[in-house]
Design a protein around this ligand. Structure first.
Ligand SMILES: Nc1ncnc2c1ncn2[C@@H]1O[C@H](COP(=O)(O)OP(=O)(O)OP(=O)(O)O)[C@@H](O)[C@H]1O
Length: 265
């Protein structure tokens, strides 16, 4: 059984069909990518899967349960946790506390306990502190744990977002354009982190523009264009798929894996 199953998902905004009967399965343990030119409907699809939007029709199943239209916190509670296209950190809080906040799903007392540490929360505090240290080390941010998150370079802010999402112990991690705004070196570091996250047993679904990242880490790719799924396959299959070439390049050359911008960007 697939961990995530998207069936016939349609999302309309008035007369605009942003997602048109999209369907795919993400197997447990996969690194799965959704790609497509600007405006293709990727973020809408992501929002419909993660509970930020209720689809007009269709169904999303997570671990066999229908989660369509369930609120985002309930979906996260079930183990499907997302990051955002734009970094959403607490800029004035330390890097460490930003991760600690992410533990609210799994620790008693929620965000309040993570931030204000009342007496009854102290027993779990050492555990959270240790897990936080582990996660910061995992993404390579131990050296900046005391810095305000807002002072980090952008690439590190994205890694911090990933660490915070991991604190919620997802079974499926949804990454919304994680390489946006990153340079080549930062993107390579991110690719390494994604592979190591997957190595920990977390299934990864990413929406991404950056072809170098997608072709490096994804084992299976769905391509959407103008709201419709136009292809699905391995990176090698997708690179030479005629409809993908047409969507991305308006031509017949193989899809570049150097981050080339799509044709109708
Ligand atoms: N809340 C909304 N109301 C109306 N139209 C919307 C809304 N959200 C998205 N759209 C439209 O739906 C289409 C798909 O947008 P979406 O943001 O999902 O594409 P995308 O593939 O994520 O694009 P990008 O790569 O630029 O982020 C676009 O035409 C967009 O203008």
């Amino acid at each position: 059984m697939a961990l995530l199953s998207v069936n016939d998902l349609t999302m309309r905004f008035g007369g605009l069909v942003a997602n048109d009967r999209i369907g795919f399965d993400v197997e447990e343990g996969a690194i799965f990518a959704v790609i497509g030119p600007n405006g293709a409907g990727k973020t809408t699809l992501f929002n419909a899967i993660s509970g930020a939007l209720t689809p007009t029709s269709g169904e999303v199943r997570f671990d066999g349960q229908i989660i369509t239209g369930r609120p985002q916190h309930a979906v996260a509670g079930a183990g499907l946790v997302r990051t955002y296209q734009l970094v959403q950190l607490f800029a004035d809080l330390s890097v460490r506390d930003n991760v600690a906040v992410g533990f609210h799903r799994v620790s008693r007392g929620g965000v309040f306990a993570a931030l204000f540490r009342p007496g009854w929360a102290r027993a779990q505090e050492a555990h959270v502190a240790e897990k936080t240290r582990d996660l910061l080390e995992f993404v390579g941010l131990s050296g900046v744990a005391d810095m305000p998150a807002g002072k980090l370079p952008y690439g590190q802010q994205r890694l911090l977002e990933v660490a915070r999402a991991l604190a919620a112990e997802p079974r499926l991690l949804l990454l919304d354009e994680p390489a946006a705004g990153l340079n080549t070196q930062e993107t390579a570091a991110l690719a390494d982190v994604i592979e190591r996250i997957n190595g920990r047993g977390v299934t990864v679904l990413l929406v991404e523009h950056d072809m170098s990242l997608v072709m490096k880490v994804a084992r299976r790719i769905v391509v959407i264009d103008f709201g419709r799924k136009i292809a699905e396959g391995s990176p090698a299959e997708i690179k030479v798929h005629p409809d993908v070439l047409a969507a991305y390049l308006g031509g017949t050359e193989a899809v570049a894996d150097d981050g080339a911008e799509p044709a109708h960007a």
